[in-house]
Design a protein around this ligand. Sequence first.
Ligand SMILES: Cc1ncc(COP(=O)(O)O)c(C=O)c1O
Length: 454
Amino acid sequence: MGEPSSSEQKIWHPFTQMARFDADPQVVVASGEGNHLIGTDGKRYVDAVSSMWAIVHGHSHPHIVEAIQRQAATLQHSTLLGATHSVAEELANRLSKHLPPELSRFFFSGDGASAVEVALKMAIQYWANKGQPEKQLIVSLDMAYHGDTAGAVSVGGVGRFRDSYGPLLFEPLRIPNPYAYRCDLCASECTLACLDPIEELLKTRGHEIAAVIVEPRVQAAAGMIVAPEGHLARVAQSCARHGVLLIADEIATGFGKTGAMFACDLEWVTPDIMTIGKGMTGGYLPMSATIAKDEIYQAFYDQTYGSASTLYHGHTFAGNPICAAAAIANLDVFEESPVLERVLERSSFLRTLLQENFGGHPLVGDIRQQGLMAGIELVRDASNKTPFDSSEGIGARVSLAARDRGVLLRPLGDVLVVMPPLSIEEDQLIQIVDSIGYGLDKVAKELGGPKSGH
Ligand SMILES: Cc1ncc(COP(=O)(O)O)c(C=O)c1O
């Protein structure tokens, strides 16, 4: 694989320390086929993180590719600002079939973070439009991640993603997140004591709180932190009890990744506002949506031209027809093949593999998984959960080593992530796990520690 020198390297990569990027060997991807990415040198890699958690049915899926091509030849773009087009109309109808009937109003945007910005604005303005402008606070979870635009970063709770941008941000009210591995709120067994503060907060300050925003079931960017069953439902109950909106950010968890179409389905929760993105177009094109209950929509509805109750937000490419055609084709695949059944089979296969290979591994502190979203938390000493110093880049080094075994990973700090396309095959899961074992052995050797035999 050719190594671009820093002078040839023109791209400033997102979420990337460019000096490390220049120092480490890089794969230059040329094409995608099924669950593989193929380098310019012809080498094939299993896409173990579904190209930043986006790809759903594999790369180059003929049905989605054909839909994009057909749409590109018909109508490439036409605005939704004060106008409409048939492809976006069809998409809203098709998405409705996969959602609770209350979630009936679709506001389209491009990236996930934009959908979150819209959700936050909708929540605040909803209360103002209803004559309760004092309800303007947002509650979010510790270690939350909702994207990288200013509003989305504000409600985020990962210090490193936030600390440099203080002057741009607002402060939400924060509540503990359900991080069972490092939680000392419950005595021994998890009794969801982390939920007591939210009930208390909403009870005492609900009159000034507009919404609670959560990543349902899995805090992905925090390190694939899986909430215990019942957590989401109890947050939803607290919100309903105290007249606070619930925003479920399904941008990472949506479209089958957790084993259900949406993570909210796992606990029969209907949020007031839901955000979706990433896998919406099968992961091929940028598209997101903020989906609201009808009663929220109605609070913005007013015949007066220039009404202050209008939602003053919109992106040029909102509901772009090519993206919308891809999103419809993505749903076709869900509807025409047993995708979710397959996810359940593959995720239980992955669970066994991860436990067999890494349960008890000296560098592995915790393995957590929901559907095809899995995290392996690496620690210096599993007996006392001592983390590595982040500057050692252990997660990054293991992931780089995995490339030698034909697997592309992208860790979250020292949490290794396995989040493949839903179309992943068993032998590819074995290859992913094998490559992680190989990477762990390599790094353990560099650290002077034991090998586990990969
Ligand atoms: C839960 C969640 N919300 C929002 C986002 C932001 O999405 P995007 O990167 O498309 O802006 C992400 C991205 O990882 C996410 O995981």
